[in-house]
Design a binder for this molecule. Structure first.
Ligand code: FAD
Length: 351
């Protein structure tokens, strides 16, 4: 990994080394503790990409990506809860100054006073409309089912999306708690990241005032921006890959194998991030997908090697190698769109 002196990268390492990594095995078998969330709030990392004038750090994307790698490699569950927050922050930062919800929420979100989750991946399942939005009584009413909502009971707000009859996506903020029109399932038990408290939400006439609406955009326009973005490689894939290689390389006999894999992961990372920074997101899509797939292959090699090197011990629930390998299973589908799914399956079919 490249080294950088940005203070938030230093802060991420401190948080990872002092708190997240030492308790990752325990958290994996339980729930992300409130004390972890409080430490993340205090760290300033929640405002990494928020504008400086709103209380954030206004750091470049390369810093946000490095922070994400460090957190994901240390405790994927904690990383996943906090990563949701950055989408609402970016959306509000891009909104018109003066927009009521921007004025009310951008600063508390940027400073970590409030933590937000997201409930919008279902918009990708067009032509199905899992959540319908309807203009009603000077606000918006939401009906339907949000299949996945992470951070329930840990975060304060959710950025919720629904699609209108006119095929427009409405994004609005709501309190992340049970209320009239909003019920949550029990937290799901999953192969990994059960600790991140993912639920599904039943919306039955949840009403939010117009002042809480952050964006209205034609669904086709949403897809035009969303699909290319999902073709980039998530920094968490590199974060888990490096965490696995650290485990592998800790055994002197395996250091050579770890170094060889690390060099290849470094190279893919550099190229993937260069494309993520490319100013036109819908250009070089094939190359982005090829790099994404290659990153998954190398990550798979790294996490598998850590298990193989660990031998029988690696199958114990106390072993970080099996935890990281399970977390990697989750990353296979995180943010998956039809385009990404197709490319990944095609690559797997030709192995
Ligand atoms: C543990 C967990 C937590 C999550 N937390 C959140 C959260 O907090 N907020 C949030 O918004 N999202 C969340 N998600 C959703 C996640 O980001 C992905 O969008 C989601 O997992 C994609 O899988 P899916 O099962 O929902 O959709 P799928 O139904 O599998 O669809 C994925 C994509 O593939 C396409 N597709 C599906 N089947 C086919 C097919 N046969 N042929 C062609 N295309 C197809 C779909 O159109 C869609 O674009 C979470 C997911 C998980 C597993």
């Amino acid at each position: 990994m490249t080294t950088t002196t940005h203070p938030l990268v230093t802060e991420a390492h401190r948080l990872a080394d002092d708190l997240l990594a030492p308790s990752a095995q325990r958290v994996d078998q339980d729930v992300v503790p409130r004390s972890h969330i409080e430490a993340v709030r205090r760290s300033g990392l929640l405002g990494v990409s928020a504008p400086g004038e709103s209380g954030g750090a206004g750091a470049p994307d390369r810093v946000a990506r490095e922070v994400a790698e460090i957190l994901a490699g240390a405790c994927c569950s904690t990383w996943f809860v906090q990563t949701q927050h950055h989408t609402p922050v970016r959306l509000l930062a891009k909104a018109e100054p003066g927009l009521a919800v921007r004025e009310r929420l951008l600063r508390p979100l940027a400073t970590g006073e409030l933590l937000a989750g997201i409930a919008y991946a279902h918009v990708r399942s067009h032509p199905r409309v899992p959540v319908r939005a309807t203009v009603e009584r000077g606000g918006v009413r939401f009906d339907g089912t949000v299949p996945w909502y992470t951070g329930w009971g840990l975060n304060d707000l959710m950025l919720l999306a629904g699609v209108t009859d006119a095929d427009e996506v409405v994004f609005a903020f709501a309190d992340a708690r049970e209320q009239p029109g909003l019920r949550a399932s029990a937290p799901m038990r999953l192969v990994a990241l059960t600790a991140a408290r993912t639920v599904s939400l039943t919306l039955d006439g949840l009403w939010v005032p117009e002042e809480s609406v952050a964006l209205r955009t034609p669904r086709e326009e949403f897809a035009r921006v969303d699909v290319p973005r999902s073709t980039n490689t998530s920094p968490a894939v590199f974060g888990l890959g490096y965490a696995a290689l650290d485990l592998l390389g800790a055994a002197p006999a395996e250091r050579g194998a770890a170094d060889a894999l690390r060099a290849r992961l470094d190279e893919v990372r550099e190229r993937a991030y260069a494309l993520a920074d490319h100013p036109v997101p819908h250009e070089h899509v094939e190359e982005r997908l090829a790099l994404r797939t290659r990153a998954y292959e190398l990550r798979r090699a790294a996490t598998t090697a850590a298990v193989v090197a660990g031998g029988g011990r690696a199958t114990s629930v106390d072993s970080p190698a099996q935890r990281i390998a399970r977390e990697a299973v989750f990353l296979l589908i995180q943010g998956q769109t039809a385009t990404v799914r197709e490319a990944h399956l095609a690559a797997l079919a030709s192995v």
